[in-house]
Write a protein that binds this ligand. Structure first.
Ligand SMILES: [Ca+2]
Length: 174
């Protein structure tokens, strides 16, 4: 009976230890509404998360700004180079294939901007997009575009201009 008691004691200590370690690991992440896992590019040190809860673009934009990861504030992802696009596409294939929102939006004069104010010089529009503003002036934000193979490329993170009221998941950058 005494031996049985000590087995329980060891088991209890083990459970307590596991709980303490789990609590410690948990405290390393943020309490903000993270629904996915954060993946960081070891080269640029930029981190990304696919939020799989759908929202209209403005709600997603506000939610992204309210998020933090290890003390860094979030924003809808800004894809300012082919290398950054390749990293996000490689790590968040589901975001691409489900038309997740990114941080681009239309400004007057049929110009486009990033939510961070970074130069909108690199672009990855799907062939034929965005259409002329007079034809499609209600589509004022950017989403990943995927409908099989486009322009000889399959699922490479091409962009589409979308109506900002449409509900989409979104990618956050930290
Ligand atoms: Ca970026």
């Amino acid at each position: 009976m005494k031996k049985l008691f000590s087995y329980y004691k060891v088991l209890l200590i083990a459970v307590m230890a596991v709980t303490m370690v789990a609590t410690f690991i948990g405290s390393g992440s943020d309490s903000a509404s993270h629904s996915g896992s954060v993946t960081c590019d070891p080269t640029t040190l930029r981190c990304y998360e696919h939020v799989t809860t759908v929202a209209d673009w403005d709600t997603a934009n506000a939610a992204a700004q309210a998020m933090t990861h290890e003390g860094v504030s979030g924003h809808l992802v800004t894809l300012t180079s082919a290398a950054e696009t390749q990293f996000v596409v490689a790590n968040f294939a589901t975001a691409v294939s489900t038309h997740a929102y990114i941080g681009g939006y239309r400004i007057p004069g049929d110009n486009w901007a990033w939510v961070t104010g970074e130069p909108f010089t690199y672009t990855n529009w799907s062939p034929g997009y965005p259409p002329e503003p007079t034809l499609n002036s209600y589509e004022t934000v950017v989403e990943f575009f995927h409908s099989g193979t486009v322009g000889g490329h399959t699922n490479v993170g091409h962009w589409n201009d979308q109506n900002r009221a449409i509900q989409r998941t979104y990618v956050v950058e930290f």
